[in-house]
Write a protein that binds this ligand. Structure first.
Ligand code: SAM
Length: 182
């Protein structure tokens, strides 16, 4: 479930390069990518519908001395993002967003994150290669992977044509797509 370490390393480096101060993370699980971000930057709004897994990893986050940087919101991601949008002060307030949950809604997250992340900021999506299945002929793909494969292909096409961002799809881990907000 956790983001792969090679992808995590690049994400932390990107955050440093743009001097990110305020970030959103969708999909926390036990907090691997969250910890990397918290060690790199100052404030994180972290959203996950499951608090138990966050609490499982919390002792490690506390040991690293970065818990105070995290505002954990237990919620469905879409409703938490909608809440953030209701406050005009949040528009363009974030430098960086990392999305690693609920692949079928990536396109909806993109529409909201484009309003929350400032021009010059970065949005990263995890699992955009979906175990390589996006490039496989459908007959070779396991049944259980097909629905998310379909959404991932649609999302990758959508991003390739989205002129509000410049993208780079990087084959690290399960594939991450880096979107630079234009
Ligand atoms: C792949 S894991 C995240 C891994 C994490 N980035 C890491 O590096 O450890 C996906 C997480 O997304 C959460 N999730 C799935 N669907 C969600 C949704 N619709 N809204 C909020 N969280 C969701 C799950 O509870 C799970 O903890």
């Amino acid at each position: 479930m956790s983001t792969s370490p090679d992808a995590g390393q690049l994400i932390a480096l990107l955050q440093k390069l743009i001097n990110a101060k305020n970030t959103i993370e969708i999909g926390v699980f036990t907090g691997y990518s969250l910890l990397l971000t918290a060690l790199t930057i100052s404030r994180i709004t972290a959203i996950d519908m499951n608090k138990d897994t966050y609490e499982m990893g919390l002792p490690v986050i506390k040991k690293a001395g970065v818990e105070h940087k995290i505002n954990f919101i237990q919620s469905q991601a879409l409703s938490a993002l909608d809440e953030l949008l209701k406050d005009d002060a949040n528009r363009g307030r974030f430098d960086f967003a990392f999305v690693d949950a609920d692949k079928v809604n990536y396109q909806k997250y993109q529409e909201i994150l484009l309003q929350l992340v400032k021009v010059g900021g970065i949005i990263v999506y995890d699992n955009t290669l979906w175990l390589g299945t996006v490039a496989m002929p459908e007959e070779f793909v396991k049944e259980e992977l097909k629905p998310t494969r379909f959404y991932s292909i649609e999302f990758n096409k959508f991003l390739a044509n989205d002129d509000r961002v410049q993208i780079s799809q990087v084959p690290l881990g399960d594939g991450i797509t880096i979107c630079w907000r234009l």
